[in-house]
Design a protein around this ligand. Structure first.
Ligand code: SAM
Ligand code: SF4
Ligand code: F3S
Length: 471
């Protein structure tokens, strides 16, 4: 069994999607770029910044790699498997390069940052290697590559947030959008490669975030997801108004754009989510009652080795507080099985924590050692692979039961659903989401994308609520 990814909406489930804005085909004699993205939502949001930079340079997007002059692959390093997927994909681009020797192939994102120039040595077809903070240098690097000069820019920055670049929405449903509010991470969880690939944490100018969300709303979007590795540590000093904008304040500013604009956010670190954030969620109907609160392990000893800076008891108290202030709030988590030295008893503690918390969604992975991380340097990766996978399978089985209970609890209830589009299975049906992030499918009738519809839930599957609209 591979890492287990159980929901198509979560950041890490998206593997290699090709993106192009709907209006761009091969209709002009402009140069075309093809971009494929892997990893978390932040990477997908970055691809939209890259698309904007390239469009300003006169490029148009295409969804056909064979028709492109420039192929970009925006990569993820979070687990070994993510990197292997990218390596395999690159071999598939080889034949395109053979038939189009002028084609430029660029590697962007976290793998570019981690492997730097060695990428160009290891993968002969790669012309460009560009890290997450260096996308502004793409036009210059592309020009040099056209002249036969391979290029690498993996400089990390303490300031770059791309705040002034209006992202081009790629492959958008026109209703929901990601908005990056910060970059990097200062947390240094011992298993995690992100601080090395994304650099120091920095927050984006609050006014530029509100402006981007306002434009999205005016363009017909009805939901924004505010993105960061640790959104609760968002922090911006607004000198003009002599105020500090915290995450709670930022959410409020975005929620006030319109009651018709839903606000989501991801990811919250349990050590940083404050009562202030919870009160703000409670205060505004359009801030969704859904929190992704990764715990990683149910053992305080393992959490300490992971450098998560909270204990099992502290996490449980946080969950209790969320349920007290936000009854019915959707809750999801991330879990890792088989971290260095994890015992059978500690694995059981992870299961009992899940039993206690009854997560609506859980994203579960077995531990994958990442070169250069604190854990790789300090601890032996000593839980055998078959044990890691067996523990993961046990965890997934437990979670499936919780997830079904969570769906069944909603039977007979009525929810406000934001319509995102036609159901994939039946064009006479629509799909959308409740405020606590559950997918709902219901008959289309006269409703359309972007509408809010009250839906009474009549049936459910393991991952979807099925219902009928009510007046
Ligand atoms: N910033 C978020 C947080 O603090 O929880 C998570 C970011 S990370 C991109 C997403 C998830 O990947 C983590 O929550 C963790 O469960 C998983 N992950 C990270 N490094 C991993 C590793 N080396 N092996 C397995 N899973 C890993
Ligand atoms: Fe990685 Fe921890 Fe930062 Fe999340 S908070 S990105 S798990 S270092
Ligand atoms: Fe995201 Fe993967 Fe990088 S999860 S931050 S793209 S390592």
């Amino acid at each position: 069994m591979q890492d287990l990814l159980l929901d198509k909406t979560h950041d890490e489930t998206r593997q290699g999607e090709a993106f192009a804005p709907a209006f761009n085909g091969i209709t002009s004699n402009r140069k075309h770029f093809y971009i494929e993205s892997y990893g978390c939502a932040m990477n997908f949001a970055d691809s939209e910044v890259v698309a904007s930079i390239l469009q300003n340079e006169g490029f148009a997007a295409t969804t056909e790699p064979a028709l492109a002059d420039l192929i970009l692959i925006n990569t993820c390093s979070i687990r070994e498997k993510a990197e292997m997927t990218v390596r395999k994909r690159l071999t598939e681009f080889r034949s395109i390069k053979r038939s189009n020797p002028g084609l430029i192939v660029g590697v962007l994102g976290c793998m570019a940052e981690r492997l730097k120039a060695t990428f160009i040595e290891e993968e002969k077809l790669v012309d460009l290697v560009v890290g997450p903070d260096a996308y502004r240098s793409l036009p210059g690097l592309i020009e040099e590559a056209n002249g036969g000069q391979k290029g690498v820019n993996v400089l990390l920055s303490r300031e770059e947030t791309y705040a002034d670049i209006a992202p081009i929405r790629l492959n958008s449903n026109g209703v929901t959008a990601f908005v990056s509010i910060m970059r990097g991470c200062n947390n240094m969880c011992s298993f995690c490669v992100v601080p090395f690939t994304r650099g120091r944490e920095r927050s984006r100018n609050a006014a530029s975030i509100v402006a981007e969300c306002t434009t999205l709303f005016n363009d017909g979007y009805r939901e924004v997801t505010l993105l960061g590795q640790n959104v609760d540590s968002y922090h911006w000093i607004d000198e003009q108004n002599d105020q500090t904008v915290t995450f709670a304040k930022l959410m409020e500013m975005v929620a006030l754009i319109s009651p018709l604009l839903r606000v989501r956010f991801s990811t919250s670190h349990p050590k940083d989510i404050t009562d202030d954030v919870l009160y703000t969620i409670a205060k505004y109907e359009n801030i969704c009652n859904y929190i992704h609160l990764p715990v990683q392990s149910g053992s305080s000893r393992v959490l300490q080795m992971m450098n998560r800076t909270y204990s099992r008891e502290w996490y449980i108290a946080k969950v209790d507080r969320i349920r007290e202030l936000l009854p019915g709030c959707g809750l999801s988590t991330d879990m890792i099985t088989g971290f260095c030295t994890e015992t059978e008893e500690e694995h059981q503690q992870s299961l009992s924590l899940m039993e206690y918390c009854q997560f609506d969604l859980a994203y579960m992975y077995f531990y994958s050692e990442r070169p250069g991380t604190l854990a790789a340097r300090r601890f032996a990766d000593d839980v055998p692979l078959d044990v890691k996978k067996r523990r993961l399978a046990e965890m997934v089985a437990l979670y499936r039961g919780h997830s079904l209970i969570s769906m069944q609890k909603d039977l007979g209830k009525t929810f406000k659903v934001l319509v995102e589009g036609n159901s994939k299975k039946d064009e006479n049906e629509l799909h959308g989401r409740t405020d606590h992030n559950k997918v709902v499918v219901f008959p289309k009738q006269h409703y359309k994308k972007g509408d809010y519809v009250m839906v009474n839930i009549t049936r459910c599957t393991a991952g979807t609520l099925l219902g009928v609209p009510v007046n």
